[in-house]
Design a protein around this ligand. Structure first.
Ligand code: 3DD
Length: 425
């Protein structure tokens, strides 16, 4: 473990060179964020602003952090999951002088220690993925709240948590729901989670997906992405759901829909993507086939009940990276990936740079807007804000242009027609 008091704590500074290469690779595939970096590197509109971030330390996050710094911000960072930090990237950021507290494989106590360390520079902006930092500020560091202008939230689970806090009047500063941006939710959650989850499963098992019964719990944006990618690899998809419209969509996509009680008997690979706890519990483990593989791609590790599984197991042993074999008393073996934590970031590198490009362009523009409103003396309410509609189209347009794609534009006559309700058949 390498650390410099009050500046950083990472696993191994000797990995900084490797991390630098990974970050350069990501920069080459994040043109929207890099264009924003170029646009603001001279004027430095974030000068005087201190962003405390709690978000998976990946090569893509490093591009966002460096963009904040280039725009003038001071940044202090922790990872938002004990298993998702890329140690080489963390070392590269520390070598760049970023205050970062993150390493792969930390325990829960260390996880919260890192958040506390990142708060010591008294941020006036916060950035979350799962709301653990903002929750820590509200619960343990209320003294910071008067100095905080606002925050942003990256993921569905975090936005859900913050909307509940706002509903109960417990949210004490404004937060922008970056997750709900179309250019985040419809791309990162669907295409990013779809590819990165299969990436995690393959890195931890290298099994053949074709012909396997892949059970996807949850057919929201993330689950849908996972199901479609697994189907593309030749899997037979089974979807479990609690929401009728989602179950119907899965059916119309040609996927089987059934209760987990039934799916548990036939599944070969189980992937939870619900955001809910106890999706796979003891009665499911008891009927699973020999060699069943179980993993989660939801934000928290509550979807697969490992306490139940441990009670049913004779032995538990790590048989390869991010892959633990549970030998049950009934003689069958069940394989759990990434200790039930989000398999895409714990066993792989998370979503590809190309989709994080748009997610993080939303993060950057939302933080910039909070700073600009503050500079103009505008005070926001303590609630969860959606991003401005035009921001989505602006980010998508820049993305299209970087892909060399052009769109049509409405003629004046078409615009008039669209506004003219009287024009019937
Ligand atoms: N998340 C997935 N891949 C990521 C990556 N490569 N870097 C940083 C964060 C990454 C998590 C996000 O998709 C977040 O939007 C979420 O959890 O919803």
């Amino acid at each position: 473990m390498d650390s410099k008091k009050g500046v950083y704590k990472v696993a191994d500074m000797s990995l900084a060179g490797e991390g630098k290469q990974l970050i350069a690779w990501a920069e080459s595939r994040m043109p929207v964020l890099m264009a924003l970096r170029e646009k603001y590197r001279k004027t430095k509109p974030l000068k005087g602003y201190r962003i405390a971030g709690c978000l998976h330390v990946t090569k893509e996050t490093a591009v966002l952090v460096k963009t904040f710094v280039e725009a003038g911000a001071q940044v202090s960072w922790s990872g938002c999951n004990p298993l998702s930090t890329n140690d080489a990237v963390a070392a590269a950021l520390a070598a760049d002088g970023i205050s970062i507290y993150a390493w792969h494989g930390m325990n829960v106590k260390e996880f919260y220690w890192c958040i506390e360390e990142s708060l010591k520079f008294k941020p006036n902006l916060t950035l979350d993925d799962g709301a653990d930092l903002i929750f820590t500020v509200h619960k343990k560091h209320e003294e910071l709240i008067p100095g905080i202008i606002g925050g942003t939230e990256e993921t569905t689970t975090g936005v859900h948590r913050l909307r509940s806090m706002a509903r109960d009047g417990a949210l004490r500063y404004p937060v922008v729901a970056v997750n709900d941006a179309e250019t985040k939710w419809d791309f990162d959650n669907v295409y990013g989670t779809g590819q990165s989850t299969l990436d995690g499963v393959l890195r931890a098992t290298s099994v053949l997906i074709a012909g396997k019964n892949v059970v996807v719990a949850g057919f929201g944006h993330c689950g849908k992405g996972v199901a479609l990618r697994a189907k593309g690899l030749g899997a037979n998809i089974i979807v479990t759901e609690v929401k009728a419209t989602a179950a119907l969509k899965a059916t119309l996509e040609g996927m089987r829909v059934m209760k987990m009680d039934e799916a548990a008997k036939v599944g070969d690979i189980f992937i939870t993507a619900t955001g809910v706890k106890d999706v796979i519990v003891d009665r499911h483990f008891k009927v699973m086939k020999e060699g069943a593989i179980v993993c989660n791609t939801g934000h928290y590790d509550c979807e697969i009940n490992l306490v139940h599984l441990k009670k049913l197991a004779k032995t538990v042993k790590t048989i390869r990276s991010d892959n633990e074999e549970y030998l049950l008393k009934n003689g069958k073996r069940i394989y759990v990936l990434a200790q039930g934590r989000l398999v895409n970031l714990a066993a792989a590198e998370g979503h590809p740079s190309e989709v994080m490009d748009m997610s993080f362009a939303n993060q950057f523009m939302s933080q910039l807007r909070l700073a600009e409103l503050h500079r103009r003396g505008k005070k926001l309410d303590c609630k969860v804000y959606d991003i401005p509609v035009e921001q989505d189209q602006e980010i998508a347009s820049v993305k299209l242009a970087t892909m060399g794609l052009k769109m049509d534009t409405l003629t004046e006559e078409q615009k008039t027609y669209n506004e003219d309700y009287s024009a019937g058949t």
